[in-house]
Design a protein around this ligand. Sequence first.
Ligand code: BTN
Length: 268
Amino acid sequence: MQATQHISRETILRELRTKFLGKSLVVLEKCSSTNDVASDSARHGAPHGLTVIAEEQTAGRGRLGRRWLSPKGGIWLSIVLRDALSIDAYNSLPLTGALAVARTLNSSLGVGARVRWPNDVLASGRKLAGVLVEAKSKGDEFDYALLGVGINANFPISLIEEVDQESTSLLDLVGSPVSREALITTILSEVEYLNELVSSKHSEVVVKLLERLECSRGKIVTVRLQRGEISGVFDGYDGLAKVRVATREGNVETINTSAVISAEYRKA
Ligand code: BTN
């Protein structure tokens, strides 16, 4: 395979249009997980918006402690979010992160990306990107959150041996390597924009943007929560923080996204 160009920190900093996100920027050749590096930095006082990018992760992780294969050519990044983030914006992060990625991929590459609640980005019905949010509190108070974003970008999905037939990559979709710097700068702007909307009590605008790109409605989903499992048809969003699931028994259950342990969709 043709080697992909390295991510240029200078290019990102030159093109960046954000107020905070990415202004403090670390680009690494290799690390265990960008969430680990960002978390260490946050513990040592890194500012709101610090962004850590790696060409390759040796121990990338997904939700529920699953392994996230992260070869060279992907977009693997973590953003430190603190102070400026309202509690609503924090609770909505998996969704707003996924929406930011889908909007970026559509406006930049027109790949028809869709958001699958609670945190996936799909294209052509296959998983293209995922979001992992990890948070740290200080006593009773929220200290910082890490928004980890993984996008299968400039490598064929067949490179990841263990992958099932349910994933895809930008290279497979577009047919040639994409500019990762351009995508990263746009993602940072989108995350900042969406978080600001939520923090300033305009989540309804974000819900409208989400409705255009969401692909969960009408699908059969089993949601695991501390209080048990709920299975049924995904019926839509109640604001950003809650969703409705219509069960076989004829009830409509309202589920708080922040209480979700896992969500599995029945294969079409
Ligand atoms: C998922 O869909 O399960 C979430 C995947 C999140 C992967 C990203 S890659 C950058 C950051 N570092 C990690 O170890 N994980 C996230």
